[in-house]
Write a protein that binds this ligand. Sequence first.
Ligand code: HEM
Length: 420
Amino acid sequence: MSAVPGKVGWPIVGDQSYSFYRDPTSFIEQNFSNHQSRIFKARFLNKPTVFVGSNKGVQDVLNDDSSALEMGYRAFMYQIYGDNILFMNDEESIEVRKCLCKLFTTHSIEDYQKTIDAITSKYLNDIDTSKPLCVYSVLKQLATEICLSLFLDLDFAHSKDLAVQISSLTKTHWHGIVSVPLNLKLPMGNSSTFGKALEAKASLLKVIEEKLQQKSGFTHKMEGLSFPNSSYIQNHLLLFTSALVPKAIASLLTSFITATGQHDQVFCQDDLLFDNALMESVLLEVERLYPPFIGGRRVARKDCVIGGYHIEEGQALVYLSHSAHRDPDVFKDPEKFDPGRWTNGNAKDKEKLFCFGAGPRACIGKNFVNIIVHTILKQFLQQFRWKLVDNQDLSPKWLPVSRPREAVMVQISREQESML
Ligand code: HEM
């Protein structure tokens, strides 16, 4: 069995975290090229870390057939979120997953559909199309309203002040997550951003507690589940209502609008409304090229084999969905946005996309997100046509959640006054 190529260097001085955070895709590409391998090792967050960027390697990490890996998010997010499934392993995670999945069955999701329809319809009707819009901000606000309305029973139309106050708390809470990599490198105590995030967390938990007292809606549904520990109800509500979720949804929607608002597409926006197969292919291509999360992290608790390489106990692994989706062994012309590949060469390769993870720890919210994304895009296509303002920088920023580096401006017009 081959050893993973690369050097983990000396503690602290050999650490590559800064290079990774500064420009993750260049860091990855450069290492692939230097080592002639899509799997390599380096010192990251001051730990020997194997970066896994081949499609087969990411499948191995996520399926973890020999149960050799544990989740690797505790160091980043534990203080910000408290005990939740992202930090659990083995029996406990299986038990908690079983509970959470009950919230997102096909039947439960149908219940949420009416709320998603109503919020989307009102929001899109109110959009001012007289000037170009920053599409990411607009869609993030819509995704936030949907998530907070569903999970916390908030009414953005009638309790605007409360809704705005809670949205603002989720933002402050989120900034704590973003500040963590810095804290990990400089373990000298909490930055003020981090401290404020912990205060926001306490306030959000208070709001959640108040909502639980009302014995209705989603929070009440959570109470009906048999979690091994009652504090898991609050902590998972905190996870679901955190800014992470609307940011990820807005990321997918923005990539869709950006990709379909350019003039060099072989399909037009009318086709997307009536051709479901085309719509699915475009969404798959969006997931492939622009997954909201560049990847994830695990730690090996025993020796194992990943992508044909030997991994030692104690090593961290960063799996790179972004790179697995651009692996030329699986996707021909990997950098090209080509929806046609999903009805041709890659028709059977949906399971080689890891936008929502895969295997025993795959995202439990995937079907729920699909409903939100489809509802928003369908209404968007029914009401609007759009094109990007010329000469913009469309390059993406990957961390912590992918989105355009600069605000991408889109000119939207209502269908009847369409410019196409
Ligand atoms: C566009 C939106 C979303 C994306 C791209 C996304 C992506 C992911 C990914 C990649 C994972 C796997 C992490 C890993 O294995 O390292 C994951 C796990 C998870 N997701 Fe999502 N997610 C999204 C929305 C949601 C929503 C709306 C919910 C629930 C409200 C949710 C709940 C979860 C949970 C609980 C896990 C952990 C599962 C476990 O550890 O067993 N996600 N998600």
